[in-house]
Design a protein around this ligand. Structure first.
Ligand SMILES: O=C(O)CCC(=O)C(=O)O
Length: 266
């Protein structure tokens, strides 16, 4: 990847080197607790039906949907809010210059599309595992170097409550075949990569609220169960340079809303 030419330089040379070498970089404290609290409250407002949902999807965990468990609290039933492009509060995250500066630096572009938006919840009391996979599976844009994910912890994320797990360096490989793992309960569209070295080093990214990880779309990653009674939420987005070529034959699971990002400078 060439040296970044645009945006402000939020990431230092070591952080950029880390991204290039390992396929991810964690930026501690990129967001403050005020931001975190705003997105957490919006999650509550959305799941309680207190705001207009528009086109967003509010997805129950599969064990709840199938009646295998019946949690008392509403937040314990939800796996994910997805496609929140019409939500003015959650979209602040997507457009925020703190994210955008890093995104522009990493993919060396300042004409950026938002290609996927999620607020991920991993409630206790369900399986909730996300098998190890590569996100490029879900996107028709190429080259992969011009795509990046951001993922910001909204709760403390630890090994015990199912933090993100990455297999460093795997972004240097290819997009692998994926399949449904043979698990009794698997959330919708959670696929697992096939044929990678199962003994390869895995890193658990333990993060505090506001910490943010940027990762490459070929990096193998996933997350475990939430074995605590605590919530584990994150807000996440995928971005692609508008210079990417779109190859619709690479689209395996349906198109989403792809929008140019109007960045929100602070
Ligand atoms: O937040 C998680 O638990 C995993 C998210 C993830 O890997 C994804 O959505 O691609």
């Amino acid at each position: 990847m060439s040296e970044p030419v645009v945006g402000s330089r939020t990431l230092g040379p070591e952080q950029m080197d880390h991204y290039r070498e390992h396929g991810f970089v964690v930026v501690p404290g990129l967001y403050g607790l005020d931001d975190v609290e705003r997105y957490r409250s919006r999650f509550d407002e959305i799941i309680e039906g207190r705001v207009e949902r528009g086109k967003m999807l509010v997805m129950k965990d599969v064990m709840v949907a199938k009646g295998a468990v019946s949690p008392e609290e509403n937040w314990q039933r939800i796996a994910k809010i997805q496609d929140f492009e019409d939500d003015p509060v959650l979209m602040e995250y997507i457009r925020d210059s703190r994210t955008m500066d890093c995104v522009e630096q990493i993919i060396d572009s300042h004409d950026i599309l938002s290609i996927h938006t999620m607020l991920i919840n991993k409630p206790p009391g369900v399986d909730g595992r996300h098998p190890l996979h590569q996100d490029l599976l879900y996107f028709p844009f190429r080259p992969a170097e011009k795509i990046v994910a951001s993922w910001t912890a909204l709760d403390r994320c630890t090994k015990e409550n199912g933090c993100l797990v990455v297999v460093p360096g795997t972004h240097k490989g290819e997009l692998l075949e994926h399949e449904n793992p043979d698990w009794e309960y698997l959330n919708l569209a959670y696929f697992g990569a096939k044929g990678f070295d199962a003994n390869a080093e895995r890193i658990h990214l333990e993060m505090e609220p506001g910490d943010t990880v940027f990762f490459h779309p070929i990096l193998i990653h996933g997350s475990g169960r939430n074995r605590t009674a605590r919530p584990r939420k994150s807000i996440s987005a995928h971005y692609a340079s508008a210079e990417c070529v779109t190859n619709w034959e690479e689209l395996r699971f349906g198109a989403r809303t792809y929008r140019r990002v109007e960045r929100r400078d602070r």
